[in-house]
Write a protein that binds this ligand. Structure first.
Ligand SMILES: [Cu+2]
Length: 293
């Protein structure tokens, strides 16, 4: 019921998630819509916790109200001298233990399904840099590119572009495919996070972390670096475009050419060859600095 109430509240404020994309919204209340099994499991777990938390809060509130009304000095001038009640003490120890076990079982299940990487259909490697992401597709002929944030001044809201979330190059991935993502960093610790996939993985220099996900529906999914990594921390978003397997194969063919330059999904700006990247890097740095100040 509570979930419906919350959902109703979200709908009332006119912030229903569009079916084919998910991103953070102003005054957003619930988690982003899940786009895969892992995220779905997390949502179900979150909803279960919500019921338990609300029940416990209401119970404690009722106890407090009862005590205030029934046992204040006027209503109960001569207080009881009782200090121990074995049955009550056993109950208030055993019931919380049972609640914790009920929470622990699904929690460990999710941890295991996150941690055990299934046989993947494809792999992508993500490297965190101050302050952009590098992507490699080793199974697709080594397609690789860097994705920089599109600065706020170049954002066109009429095209549906979102401030602080758009990147010059999109990470194109197929749906219904088990994707292993290897995450590392080249300078400081970052974290590659896409809420709709249920993935948040630390990118640690000198270490290769792994996560996996399977996108259930096509669309655009946004994420952000989730480890404070410096002044440009909020300027290294993640933009994933999930497409059908056929469209993905076409994208790979188009992108894999001799130039190894990714097909830009955003016509506005492209990043590709090394010289361009060098130009963009300091520019991005300056943007980040001025915006922070
Ligand atoms: Cu970062």
């Amino acid at each position: 019921m509570m979930k419906k109430l919350l959902l109703g509240l979200v709908m009332l404020t006119g912030m229903v998630a569009p079916a084919l994309a998910d991103y953070p919204k102003s005054w957003g209340l619930n988690l982003q819509e899940p786009a895969g099994v892992l995220a779905q499991q997390m949502h179900d777990f979150h909803d279960m916790l919500l019921y338990i938390i609300i029940a416990i809060s209401l119970f404690v509130l009722a106890l407090l109200v009862w005590i205030v009304v029934r046992y204040n000095s006027k209503a109960n001038p001569v207080p009881s001298k009782t200090t121990h009640n074995t049955l009550l003490e056993v109950i208030w120890t055993v019931i919380p233990v049972i609640i914790l076990i009920v929470i622990a079982v699904p929690s460990f299940k999710i941890l295991f399904s996150q941690g055990r990487i299934p046989d993947a259909d494809m792999t992508i490697k993500v490297t965190g840099y101050q302050w952009y992401w590098g992507y490699e597709y080793p199974d697709q002929g080594g397609i690789n590119f860097n994705a920089y944030m599109i600065p706020e001044k170049d954002i066109d809201p009429s095209k549906g572009q979102k401030r602080l979330l758009e990147t010059d190059t999109e990470v194109v991935l197929p749906i219904d495919t088990t994707i292993r993502v290897q995450v590392t960093a080249a300078d400081v610790i970052h974290a590659w996070t896409v809420p709709a996939f249920g993935v948040k993985k630390d990118a640690v220099p000198g270490r290769l972390n792994e996560a996996w996900f399977k996108i259930s529906k096509p669309g655009v999914y946004y994420g952000q670096c989730s480890e404070i990594c410096g002044t440009g921390h909020s300027y290294m978003p993640i933009k994933v475009r999930a497409v059908s397997k056929d469209e993905f194969a076409a994208w790979v063919d188009k992108t894999k050419g001799p130039s190894a330059e990714p097909a830009a999904a955003e016509p506005a700006k492209e990043s590709g060859d090394k010289d361009k990247e060098k130009e963009t890097k300091p520019e991005n740095k300056d943007d980040a600095k001025t915006e922070v100040q």
